[in-house]
Unconditional design. Structure first.
Length: 319
């Protein structure tokens, strides 16, 4: 039987932590280990964790994260502590279905990453949030998957250090690698009740739109670039993508559009009028992945070449 490690990262999570731990410990598939790493909690989180460890001393291992650098780094470092054949990540405030791990093990096949679906849990309302197949463009433009949905193999472990070097979140890193390698399975199985509340660390992707017209967004971005104004958020985001994508391209290169993406990320990071016009040429080559078809018209060409400018306006504080 394949062994499974569970990774939980905590920070001031006393309110919902017991419910999450109980749902994990009630899994129908036998667990090999539960790795819990705390990022400097100041509430009763550690007391709860040690209470559970006393009840399950051979199963639960508790660590205190020495870096205190947020949930991104906490998860990446905690993943490196695992020994199981498969690893599943858990938030501190959700509830898992009893057969979550069993179903994911049954469905993953020879893939590296299984992404289950989940219920978005707001107050008393739960809405299905289905996992759907995506391509590379979806991962960096839409952020379609979250770590609580994941079960992955140890094939992913060598890439975790790349994620640490790039300061990229574990869920986006694993998504990029799995899509790049074509080793991902998206399941309609609803395995997690994903609780959303004010203290939630992770957010649902939102394509922020407002009443300003597309043309006005282009003009705003052009003026910003002429004043040499850049978004530090976008610069950091695409520096991360550049590091990860360059590593994948140099060590593998199997993704057909790999080099175009490498070039695109570097151009988007520069944030100049010229670099964004060049980025438009990259998007032209990627149009089937981004827009779903490769048909061209004058209107479509305009849409493609202005997309980076409109996107910058919407995402300058959001990536």
């Amino acid at each position: 039987m394949k062994t499974v490690s569970i990774v939980i990262c905590t920070y001031n999570g006393e309110q919902y932590l017991r419910e999450q731990l109980d749902s994990i410990l009630a899994q129908s598939y036998p667990l090999y280990e539960v790795i819990i790493q705390d990022d400097g909690s100041t509430d009763g989180t550690m007391d709860i964790l040690y209470d559970y460890q006393k009840k399950y001393p051979t199963l639960i291992r508790i660590y205190e994260h020495k870096i205190h650098d947020g949930w991104n780094r906490n998860f990446l470092d905690a993943i490196l502590l695992t020994k199981g054949d498969y690893i599943a990540c858990s938030d501190q405030d959700d509830i898992w279905e009893p057969d979550k791990i069993e179903r994911q093990i049954a469905e993953i096949g020879d893939n590296w990453l299984h992404v289950c679906s989940s219920y978005i849990w707001n107050d008393d309302k739960q809405t299905p949030y289905y996992s759907t197949p995506c391509n590379f463009a979806d991962v960096f433009l839409k952020y379609p998957y979250c770590g609580h949905q994941f079960l992955f193999t140890r094939d992913m472990i060598p890439f975790v250090q790349i994620g640490i070097n790039a300061d990229m979140s574990h869920d986006r890193l694993l998504s990029l690698v799995a899509v790049y390698k074509n080793k991902i399975f998206s399941s309609k199985y609803l395995g997690v009740h994903w609780r959303r509340h004010d203290a939630t660390a992770t957010k649902i992707y939102e394509n922020k739109e407002d009443e300003i017209s597309g043309f006005s967004k282009i003009v705003f971005t052009l003026k910003a670039f002429l004043r040499n104004k850049k978004s530090s958020v976008i610069e950091r985001a695409f520096n991360k993508y550049d590091i990860v994508m360059t590593h994948l391209d140099e060590t593998d290169g199997s993704y057909p559009l790999s080099q175009i993406y490498c070039k695109l990320f570097r151009l988007l990071k520069k944030q100049t009028i010229w670099s964004y016009l060049k980025a438009g040429t990259c998007f032209l080559k990627l149009r089937k992945e981004v827009w779903g078809d490769d048909k061209l018209s004058l209107r479509k060409i305009y849409t493609i070449y202005t997309f980076p400018f409109r996107w910058w306006y919407v995402q300058k504080d959001n990536v």
